[in-house]
Design a protein around this ligand. Structure first.
Ligand SMILES: Nc1ncnc2c1ncn2[C@@H]1O[C@H](COP(=O)(O)OP(=O)(O)OP(=O)(O)O)[C@@H](O)[C@H]1O
Ligand SMILES: [Mg+2]
Length: 201
């Protein structure tokens, strides 16, 4: 996060009615997130942070299990950005076609170079961290070197050591579903928020 980003705060509030819709939101973020972005995921135990990460990874073609890396702190994924072309299938399976129509059929504009379709995503869960210093020992800066996307659950546990976020996502229980607030902290984050808003209206 640099100084030029400080004026770019924007935010939006969404009502995410169920688990499927949370997966769709994750998929939309995957389509909009540029390489190097750092996303904090805040919310109580069971808020839906991992569900959102699962939707993000599924949209990039990852088929395996996605769980909070509570004990290992980080789970690395090496993914294929071209899998975003499979969105049509994702739409069908989620039966929420109108929700993600506008991100289908084209590559994410602000993603990494087209010739390199491999994308690294790191899913962090800092819940069990006893001291933010532990992040230094694990070489957090090598993970967040601008070449990967980081999705970080329980960022509060890493305060002081964890690099700042481009986008903060705050999930709260609301009615049967969840309220999701997205707050940008950088120009990259603001771009995601504005595109997400135009996608969901
Ligand atoms: N928008 C939603 N509406 C209703 N239920 C949801 C929604 N999103 C997720 N859930 C449900 O919430 C439960 C917990 O989700 P999840 O494991 O993603 O939470 P978490 O925030 O990662 O929790 P933890 O902090 O323990 O890792 C799951 O059973 C999931 O189906
Ligand atoms: Mg989780």
């Amino acid at each position: 996060m640099s100084d030029q980003h400080l004026n770019s705060s924007s935010q939006c509030q969404l009502q995410i009615i169920n688990e499927e819709a949370m997966n769709v939101l994750g998929a939309q973020l995957a389509a909009l997130a540029p390489t190097g972005i750092i996303i904090y995921l805040k919310g109580d135990l069971g808020a839906g942070k991992t569900t959102l990460v699962r939707g993000f990874l599924r949209a990039l073609g990852y088929q395996g299990a996605v769980k909070s890396p509570t004990f290992t702190v980080v789970e690395p994924y090496s993914l294929d950005y071209n899998k975003l072309y499979n969105y049509n299938k994702l739409q069908e399976s989620l039966k929420l076609k109108n929700k993600i129509e506008s991100v289908t059929g084209h590559k994410p504009e602000n993603s990494h170079e087209p010739e390199n379709s491999s994308l690294k995503v790191y899913h962090f869960d800092l819940y069990r961290l006893e001291d933010p210093e532990e992040l230094e020992y694990m070489g957090i800066r090598d993970y967040l070197d601008g070449q990967a996307i980081a999705l970080i659950e329980w960022p509060e546990k890493g305060i002081g050591v964890l690099p700042g976020a481009d986008l903060i996502i705050i999930i709260t229980h609301r009615n049967q579903g969840r309220g999701v607030e997205l707050v940008s902290q950088s120009a990259n984050g603001a771009e995601i928020v504005s595109k997400l808003v135009s996608d969901t209206v």
